[in-house]
Design a protein around this ligand. Structure first.
Ligand code: PLP
Ligand code: COI
Length: 348
């Protein structure tokens, strides 16, 4: 183990070569909902859950989750990025899935305790890796008729990760999917496990044809850009505007919301959050995916049933505007650029 600032020992991990995978760390936070109330919760060692065979999560996919990261900053602190927005989004997910909301403050306390207890797993500054935190709530109590579970578990576990897409900043290829991700009045705007289960077949289909991901269109008209299975879109126009799709059936990405501010206030760009007809995509200069896991992943090509849209930024590297956005966002997250008030939540 190597000694870092603030007296922390680090795990002996090859940080720079991590992919986006699961590794059990020392501790996780767990709280149960029983008899109509959330318990206090505590750190536990066991990475396994003990649930009923008839658990709501197993029978009817009653579960929602969040994703956020802890970063080591340039001056050696450990921070998370706007975690109160993850807490608020989890509340929205709970409401839509008939899961009892967490008591005020529990989400942030659980994140803080989990990061502190696993500080040795937070990748060092400059390693290119981060600690991914996965809060989730699952219906653990038995149901057999279709109904909300009587008991739940809230957990926050974490795992050190590298880039979500193989190759990191290398542009990826997408295909326009014939499958839908979310129905117009469905659950696309919340982080329900079920949204991801139903994307697995479509994602496997895309990968088996050499694409990294799907571009999903709006289910009602199949004319507007929605998002991919795990990230929102950002586009750059030829006259340097940032455009991002607005839709009630996409996940309100915290990265995308932050990038709108970064583009405006740090890079002086004009920004537009609006419906994006698929027809318009060929006219953009740059295209990227944004999200906690994806950060900003450049898209070089989109295949629409055999007809290819190629962005002028090419297949070799991130385009210049996305690069500036990427540098500004990660600079803010890792403390090499001043952050807007309240964006960084210092844990150590
Ligand atoms: N869209 C989907 C479907 C996602 O799963 C994610 C990941 O959380 C995002 C977008 C990006 O959201 P955020 O930036 O809050 O991580
Ligand atoms: C995230 O960015 O946190 C996600 O949830 C995307 C994916 C891993 C599902």
């Amino acid at each position: 183990m190597k000694k870092e600032r603030f007296g922390m020992e680090k795990q002996n991990i090859d940080w720079s070569n991590l992919g986006f995978g699961y590794m059990a760390t020392d501790k996780r936070f767990s709280a149960m909902y029983r008899n109509g109330a959330w318990e206090e919760g505590r750190l536990v060692d066991d990475p396994m859950l003990h649930v009923s065979e008839s658990a709501g999560v197993l029978q009817y996919a009653q579960t929602c989750f969040e994703g956020l990261k802890a970063y080591t900053t340039k001056d050696g602190h450990i921070v998370t990025f706007r975690p109160e927005l993850n807490a608020a989004r989890m509340d929205d997910s709970c409401e839509r899935l008939e899961i009892p909301k967490l008591p005020e403050g529990m989400f942030l306390r659980a994140v803080e305790e989990t990061v502190r207890a696993n500080a040795a797993f937070v990748p060092p500054y400059g390693s290119g890796a981060t600690l991914y935190l996965r809060p989730f709530i699952a219906g653990t109590g038995p149901v057999i008729g279709v109904a909300p579970a009587p008991e739940y578990e809230f957990r926050v576990f974490c795992t050190p990760v590298g880039p979500y897409f193989k190759g990191g900043a290398k542009p990826i290829k997408l295909m326009v999917s014939d499958f839908d991700r979310a129905a117009p009045n469905g659950t696309g705007h919340i982080k329900a496990g079920l949204n991801y289960a139903m994307s697995l077949y479509a994602s496997h289909y895309a990968k088996s044809r050499g694409f990294a991901e799907n571009l999903y269109l709006d289910a009602a008209t199949r004319t507007k850009v929605e998002e991919t299975g795990g990230a929102n879109f950002i586009f750059v126009t030829r006259d340097n505007k940032l455009v991002t799709p607005k839709s009630p059936s996409i996940l309100p990405s915290i990265t995308r919301r932050s990038l709108l501010t970064v583009a405006k206030d740090y890079l002086g760009m004009e920004v537009e959050e609006r419906e994006v007809p698929f027809e318009e995509v060929k006219d953009f200069a740059e295209c990227g995916l944004c999200g906690t896991a994806a950060v900003i992943s450049p898209v070089g090509l989109i295949d629409d049933h055999g007809s290819e849209i190629r962005f002028s930024s090419g297949m070799e590297e991130m385009g210049p505007v996305l690069r500036r956005l990427y540098d500004a966002l990660t600079g803010i997250q890792m403390g090499s650029l001043p952050a807007p008030e309240g964006w960084l939540h210092t844990i150590i």
